[in-house]
Design a protein. Structure first.
Length: 278
């Protein structure tokens, strides 16, 4: 796929159809070896461990994706249909690149209403890794602190510019951090204000960290690790989400977030746009 006016190029990995290449004016936007991939998981918090989410929702942690169908539409869009065996669901990804250099990504999930196991999702969206020079974010949303759907009343809606290295809060144990809610746009930029902008037709939840989810979550056993031992990655990991499950915080012994802040096993549809910032 190619956008003419800004030389925005994108290509797909045909083995499992993530977006594997993004180039703006011959500058790579993705770190080699990483793709734009569906994202259903977060680094579990202390509260998640208390409610046994690492075990109960484990099927959504990097589920296998089997390509069932791949088509190209007359308007140039490409559509991939993927089957997620562990969750008995079908994910349809649609990519549309226009001549203005805007890439629209549509992510539609259909679950099996008759599935025996119906695990909650922890997040619904996409993630990508950008080179280290994209080390700052500008966003219009709730800030300036990290905030979540059930923990954002103390933050205000506004425009904020921050460094990626400051996004992770050093909790005693490594865990989910840096999320922002009610995001209208999210830009990941160099010091020269070049990079990518992400926006949707509805408020999103976004974050950019120097850590992968796997750096902050080692597995379902709550090991005694410390944030001070983390080694930052040499890139920026970006999460663009429709929603993330709330934190709960009623207690740390088993209570889930209240129902409206959960992501139950059901169908979801999310659409967002990636636009070059030049």
């Amino acid at each position: 796929m190619r956008g003419q006016k800004c030389r925005f190029m994108a290509s797909l990995n045909m083995e499992n159809v993530p977006l594997s290449y993004l180039d703006v004016d011959k500058t790579p936007m993705l770190v080699r070896g990483f793709d734009l991939t569906p994202d259903f998981w977060r680094a579990c918090t202390d509260n998640d461990f208390g409610s046994h989410m690492p075990t109960l929702s484990a099927a959504w942690n990097k589920p296998s994706m089997e390509l069932k169908n791949f088509t190209r539409k007359e308007n140039g869009s490409v559509v991939a249909e993927l089957y997620l065996k562990e969750t008995e669901s079908t994910l349809t990804l649609t990519y549309t690149l226009n001549n203005n250099g805007e890439l629209t990504v549509e992510q539609d999930l259909k679950v099996n209403p008759d599935a025996e196991n119906k695990p909650n999702l922890l997040r619904y969206g996409m993630e990508l890794q950008m080179p280290k020079e994209f080390d700052r974010v500008e966003f219009y949303g709730k800030g300036p602190n990290e905030n979540y759907a059930d923990r954002n009343n103390s933050d205000r809606l506004g425009i904020f510019t921050q460094l990626v290295k400051d996004q992770y809060y050093p909790y005693v144990r490594p865990q989910e951090s840096g999320n922002k809610t009610q995001v209208r746009y999210w830009k990941v930029l160099t010091k020269d204000n070049k990079g990518l902008e992400f926006f949707s037709n509805e408020p999103m939840e976004c974050s950019s960290l120097n850590y992968l989810t796997s750096d902050l979550y080692r597995g379902p056993v709550k090991n005694q690790e410390h944030s001070g031992d983390l080694v930052p990655r040499d890139f920026t990991s970006v999460h663009i989400s429709q929603r993330q499950m709330g934190l709960g915080c009623v207690d740390t012994w088993g209570s889930l977030p209240i129902e409206k802040y959960m992501l139950p096993y059901q169908d979801y549809a999310f659409k967002f746009v990636i636009r070059p910032v030049r």
